[in-house]
Design a protein around this ligand. Sequence first.
Ligand code: Z5A
Ligand code: MG
Length: 213
Amino acid sequence: MSPIKRGALIVIEGVDRSGKSTQCKKLVQSLENRKIQSKLLNFPDRMTSTGKLINEYLKNEECTLNDRAIHLLFSANRWENLEKMKTLLYDGVTLVVDRYSYSGIVFSAVKKNMNLEWCKQPENGLPKPDLVFLLTLSQEEMQCRPGFGSERYENVVFQREVANMYDQLCDEHDNWERVDAAGSIDDVHDKLLDKCVSKIEEVGDTPLGILNF
Ligand code: Z5A
Ligand code: MG
C-alpha cells in the first residue's frame, strides 16, 4: 500500500497591504477547483483567547503590554493551533497560511531593545513550512493600497525596517521565494499557484519539518 500523501505547509509573508490575505484566499479557491484539498489559516487567529488580547493590542495604541509579553502571545497563538495543523497536514490537506512565525520574528525584532535571536526561540518546534512566499511591494505602492495606517505598526518607518528584515530572512532560507506583489491580483496569483502545485506534488510522503532557528 502506498503511504498517504501529506498536505504541504505553504506560508505567505510580506509587508502590510502586500496582498497576503487576498492571495491566500484565491490560492485555496484555485486548489479546491483542482480537487486539491486545502485550507486557509491566518495568524494572528483573533478568535482564540490569546487572539482577543492580540486584537486589543493591535487596535488600541494605549494597550500597554510590553514588547516581550506581546511577542510571546503571538507565538502562543500559533502553538494553540499546533494539533489542528498537524492533523490536517497528515490527513492530506494543504494549509495556506496568512502570516506565520516569520511575522512574529520580524515585527518584534525590529523594535528597539529587542534581540533577533531571542525573538526566534519561541518558534522552535512548530511545523516548518515547505514553502514561504515573500510578497514584495515598494513603500509608495504600499501606501496607495486601501486600509493602510489603521492599526499599530502601520507606519512607513516601521514597515521599511520590517521589509529589510524580511529580506534578510529570505536570503538566509532556501525554502523562500520572493514574488513581486505590484502586478495585478491575477498576475500575482498565477505565479503563486504554479509554484504551490509543484510543491504539493513534491512533498508527497516526506515528513513534516520542524522549525529550528
Ligand atoms: N503580527 C505580529 O506582530 N506578530 C505575529 O506573530 C503576527 C502578526 C502573525 C496584523 O496582521 C499585524 O500583526 C501585522 C503584523 C502583526 N501588522 N502590520 N502591519 P494582519 O495579518 O491581521 O494584518 P492585516 O490588517 O490583514 O493587513 P495585511 O495582512 O498587512 O494586508 P494584506 O493581507 O497583505 O493585504 P490584503 O488585505 O490582501 O490587501 C490590502 C488591500 O490591497 C485590499 O484592499 C486589496 O483588495 C488590495 N490589493 C491586494 N492585492 C492587490 C493588487 N495586486 N493590486 C491592487 N490592489 C491589491
Ligand atoms: Mg492580511
